[in-house]
Design a protein around this ligand. Structure first.
Ligand code: ARG
Ligand code: GLU
Length: 727
C-alpha cells in the first residue's frame, strides 16, 4: 500500500512536464476557444473575447489570417489587401524574379505604386470561411471495435460526401480532417485567392540577417518579413491573375500596435502550424531520437558541405542554390536541437512512465482492460517491425532523393505512366516542361554530380547490401566499382544531365523516346531504387502506418478517458490554430540569461563585412548613427528588432501574426529557439520560446529604410494605450 502511494506520487510529480498543461502549451482550435480557453485567456490578460477572434456571423480576427502558399501563414494589414508574411516565406517568389543582374534577394525590392507590384504564378492564399464539427456525422453508428478496413471505407466516403455537399453552388472548397487521430473530425470551408503580388522585400542583409548561423537561435536580429497584396476579380471574388483585378477588400484586417511590449504581456499567435507529435509513445521517440535523427543529420552534414563549397567558389551557384541550401540547413539544424532537447527532458523515460501509468489504469478495470490493455504491446510490436526498414527508408529519402537528378527522374517517370496521345499526356508534358525549365534555372551540373558521389557513398556505407538496387550494383560493376567513374558517365551522357538534352527529349515525346529513357543509365538507377523501395520498404511502411494510425486513435481515446480533467489539444495538422502565452525571456544554459528583446544595436555588433550573413548596409548604418527611428523607437529611444514569447508554435507558423491582449499586431512569428525545438514532441514551458520580429522594426524598414511610407499610410496604427484614448 505504502509502495503504491509512493509510486503514485512519483508518477504525479514526474509526469508533470509531459502532461500538466500550462497556459503556454497547446495549439487550440479557434471555434472551441470560448468553451475551452476564454476564461483562462482573460485571466492571463486578454482584453478581447473569443468571439472577436473567431466568429462566423460577423467579421473577426480569423478573417485577416491566411494560409500563405500552403506552407506558411500571412495576415492582412490594410483595407486594400496588403499582406504581411516572413521573408523566408516569400523567398522563392522573390528569388524567381531575381537574376545576377537584377538580384532582388540581395538588393531588396519595393513597388512604389500598385503598378509596380509583381505577379507570382502559382502563389495563392487561403482564408477560412468557417469550421464545423462533423464528428457525429462521420462516426455515427461505427462501433468501437468495427473492422478497421470497413471503418476507413465508411469514414472516407462520408468525408467525401460532406465535403461535396458543403460547397455546392459556391466557389468555396471544403476539407474534412481528422483530429486526435480520428476521434474527432472538423470541416474547414475555405476561399482561395490566386492573384497575389509581391509588394516589397527588404534586402537579404535585413530579411535574412544572421542567415543559417543565427537560424533557430536567439538573440536574433533578422527583419524576416516581406509584403504582398491580394487581388480579387472586379466582383471581389477570387480570380486568376488579370490586369483588371482589384485589391482585395478584406472582411477584416489587423490594426497595428506601436505601444510596445513588456515582459509578461499576454500574446497570441494565430496561424497554420504544420505538424506536431505530442502523443508519440516511447517506442516512436526511441527510433526518432536514436536512429532517424542522427542519420538524417549525418546525411545533411554531407550535403551541406558539398553545397557550401561550391557556393563559396561561384556566385552563380550561390544564387542558384541559396534557397535549397537554406531549406536543407533548416531542418538539419532543427533536428540537432530537437535531439538535444529530448535528451535533456528525458522524454523517453517520461513517456515510459506515462505508459506504465496507462497500463496500470487499464488493468484495474475489466472493461478498460479489454479495450486498452493491448495497445502498448501492439505499439511495441509494430515499431519493432518498422525498425527493420527505418534506416533504408531514411537513406532512400535523404540520400537518394538528396540527389537532384533523381528528383527530375521522378518527374519523367510519372510522365511515362500516362497514356500517349491522351489529353492528360498533353497536360503532363506541359507541366514537365515547365518543371524542367525551373529545375535547370537553379541547377549546377557539377555540384549535383558531387552530390551524387557523396550521397551514394553514404548510402552504400550505411544501408544493408540486401537493399541495394540492381541497377546501382550493375552500374558500379561496369565502372570498376568506382562511384566517381559512374558519375562521370551519367553526368556526361544521361538525358537528365542538361537542359538541352531534356528539351530535345521532351520535344515530340513518343514511344521511342520512352524506350530511350528506359535505356538511360541515370533513369535506370532511379527506377531500380524505386522498385527496390516498393518491394522492400513500402509495404512494411504502409502496413505499420495503418496499424499505428489505428493504435494512435485508441491510445488517444484511452488517454482522454484516463485524464478526464485534462484539457487536450489536437496535434497540429496544418489547420488554423491559436496559441497563447506571454512575452518572456529565458535562460538557455546555466548562468546565462537572455533578454526578451533585441535592438538595432545588436545588428551593428554582429556586423561582419567579410561574412555574407552579417553584412550591414550603409543605409542602415546611417539611420542607426543618426538614431533616425521616427515613431518606431521604444521608450529608451532604441529600435526594437526581435522578441521572444512562450507561444507554442511550429513550422507553418512562419509569418503568423503575434498579437497583443487587444488583438493588435505586435510582430511576426518566424522561428523558435534552438533549445525549444523539441516542442513538436514535448513542450517545455521553461525553455520553449517562439521568436518574432517586432512590428516596429518592420515598419521602420518599410518607411525609413525603403522609403515606402505610402504603405504605412494604408495601415491602421494604434499609438496610445487603449485606456488613454477611451472616453
Ligand atoms: N527556422 C525558421 C523556419 O523553420 C526560419 C528559416 C528561414 N531562415 C533561415 N535563416 N534559414 O522556417
Ligand atoms: N520558421 C518556421 C516556419 O517556416 C517556424 C519556426 C518553427 O518551426 O516554429 O514555419
Amino acid at each position: 500500500m505504502k509502495k503504491n502511494l509512493l509510486v503514485t506520487l512519483l508518477l504525479i510529480f514526474s509526469l508533470g512536464p509531459v502532461f500538466s498543461l500550462r497556459a503556454d502549451e497547446g495549439m487550440w482550435l479557434p471555434q472551441l476557444l470560448q468553451a475551452m480557453n476564454e476564461s483562462e485567456m482573460k485571466e492571463l490578460g486578454m482584453k478581447i473575447s473569443a468571439e472577436d477572434i473567431y466568429n462566423i456571423n460577423k467579421s473577426s480576427l480569423k478573417d485577416a489570417i491566411v494560409s500563405f502558399g500552403g506552407y506558411c501563414t500571412g495576415e492582412i494589414i490594410s483595407g486594400e489587401g496588403l499582406l504581411l508574411t516572413n521573408h523566408h516565406c516569400g523567398y522563392s517568389s522573390i528569388q524567381s524574379h531575381s537574376s545576377v543582374e537584377n538580384d532582388l534577394l540581395t538588393e531588396g525590392f519595393w513597388a512604389m505604386s500598385k503598378e509596380e507590384e509583381i505577379p507570382n504564378s502559382g502563389l495563392f492564399v487561403t482564408f477560412i470561411v468557417r469550421i464545423e464539427d462533423v464528428t457525429d456525422q462521420i462516426l455515427e453508428g461505427i462501433p468501437y471495435d468495427a473492422e478497421e478496413e470497413k471503418r476507413q471505407q465508411l469514414v472516407r466516403s462520408r468525408i467525401e460526401q460532406i465535403e461535396t455537399n458543403a460547397v455546392v453552388g459556391t466557389h468555396y472548397e471544403a476539407k474534412v480532417k481528422p483530429f486526435f487521430y480520428g476521434n474527432e473530425y472538423y470541416m474547414f470551408v475555405t476561399e482561395t485567392y490566386k492573384d497575389v503580388r509581391l509588394v516589397g522585400a527588404p534586402p537579404s542583409s535585413i530579411g535574412k540577417f544572421g542567415g543559417d548561423t543565427d537560424n533557430w537561435m536567439f538573440p536574433r536580429h533578422a527583419g524576416d518579413f516581406s509584403m504582398f497584396r491580394v487581388y480579387s476579380g472586379p466582383d471581389g471574388k477570387p480570380a486568376e491573375y488579370s490586369k483588371d483585378n482589384i485589391p482585395l477588400k478584406p472582411k477584416y484586417f489587423l490594426p497595428i500596435s506601436l505601444k510596445g511590449i513588456q515582459p509578461g504581456d499576454f500574446t497570441m499567435v494565430f496561424g497554420f502550424p504544420g505538424r506536431t507529435e505530442e502523443y508519440l509513445t516511447s517506442f516512436a521517440v526511441e527510433t526518432l531520437q536514436n536512429e532517424t535523427n542522427p542519420n538524417r543529420i549525418k546525411i545533411r552534414d554531407k550535403k551541406l558541405s558539398v553545397l557550401s563549397e561550391d557556393m563559396a567558389r561561384d556566385d552563380e551557384v550561390r544564387i542558384k542554390y541559396s534557397a535549397k541550401y537554406a531549406s536543407t540547413a533548416n531542418a538539419w539544424k532543427k533536428w540537432i536541437g530537437q535531439n538535444k532537447g529530448l535528451e535533456r527532458l528525458e522524454t523517453i523515460d517520461q513517456k515510459r512512465l506515462l505508459e506504465k501509468q496507462f497500463t496500470d489504469w487499464a488493468n484495474a478495470d475489466p472493461i478498460r482492460e479489454q479495450r486498452y490493455a493491448d495497445i502498448l504491446p501492439s505499439f511495441q510490436e509494430v515499431y519493432k517491425e518498422r525498425a527493420k526498414i527505418n534506416l533504408p527508408n531514411v537513406y532512400y529519402r535523404e540520400a537518394f532523393y538528396g540527389i537532384e537528378m533523381m528528383r527530375l527522374a521522378a518527374r519523367l517517370n510519372a510522365l511515362t505512366k500516362i497514356g500517349l496521345g491522351t489529353k492528360e499526356e498533353k497536360k503532363a508534358l506541359e507541366k514537365t516542361k515547365s518543371y524542367s525549365e525551373k529545375y535547370f534555372k537553379n541547377y549546377d551540373f557539377s555540384t549535383d554530380k558531387k552530390l551524387f558521389v557523396a550521397l551514394m557513398q553514404m548510402y552504400l556505407d550505411n544501408v544493408d547490401p540486401s537493399f541495394y538496387p540492381d541497377a546501382l550494383k550493375e552500374g558500379l560493376s561496369h565502372h570498376y566499382n568506382d562511384l566517381n567513374k559512374l558519375a562521370d558517365y551519367i553526368y556526361q551522357y544521361s538525358i537528365l544531365s542538361s537542359e538541352k538534352k531534356m528539351d530535345r527529349f521532351l520535344d515530340r515525346f513518343s514511344e521511342k523516346k520512352i524506350k530511350k529513357l528506359e535505356e538511360d543509365e541515370a533513369f535506370k538507377i532511379y527506377r531500380s531504387f524505386t522498385e527496390a523501395y516498393s518491394r522492400q520498404i513500402y509495404p512494411t511502411l504502409v502496413d505499420s502506418q495503418d496499424e499505428i494510425g489505428k493504435l494512435n486513435r485508441e491510445w488517444l481515446a484511452g488517454l482522454r478517458e484516463m485524464m478526464p480533467e485534462k484539457r487536450f489539444y489536437p496535434d497540429a495538422n496544418s489547420t488554423l490554430r491559436l496559441a497563447y502565452g506571454q512575452v518572456k525571456s529565458y535562460s538557455p544554459t546555466d548562468g546565462v540569461q537572455y533578454d526578451y528583446f533585441t535592438t538595432l544595436k545588436g545588428v551593428m555588433e554582429k556586423e561582419d563585412p567579410s561574412v555574407d550573413e552579417f553584412i550591414v548596409s550603409q543605409k542602415l548604418k546611417d539611420l542607426y548613427k543618426a538614431k533616425d527611428f521616427g515613431i518606431y523607437a521604444n521608450e529608451q529611444g532604441d529600435l526594437p528588432v526581435c522578441f521572444t514569447a512562450t507561444n507554442h508554435t511550429t513550422g507553418g507558423n512562419s509569418g503568423s501574426p503575434i498579437l497583443n491582449a487587444e488583438g493588435e499586431l505586435i510582430g511576426l512569428n518566424f522561428d523558435r529557439n534552438w533549445e525549444g525545438t523539441m516542442s513538436d514532441i514535448q513542450f517545455d514551458p521553461v525553455m520553449c520560446r517562439n521568436i518574432s520580429v517586432d512590428i516596429r522594426y518592420v515598419l521602420f524598414v518599410v518607411d525609413k529604410f525603403a522609403g515606402a511610407g505610402y504603405l504605412v499610410d494604408e495601415m491602421v496604427l494604434v499609438k496610445e494605450k487603449a485606456g488613454i484614448v477611451e472616453n
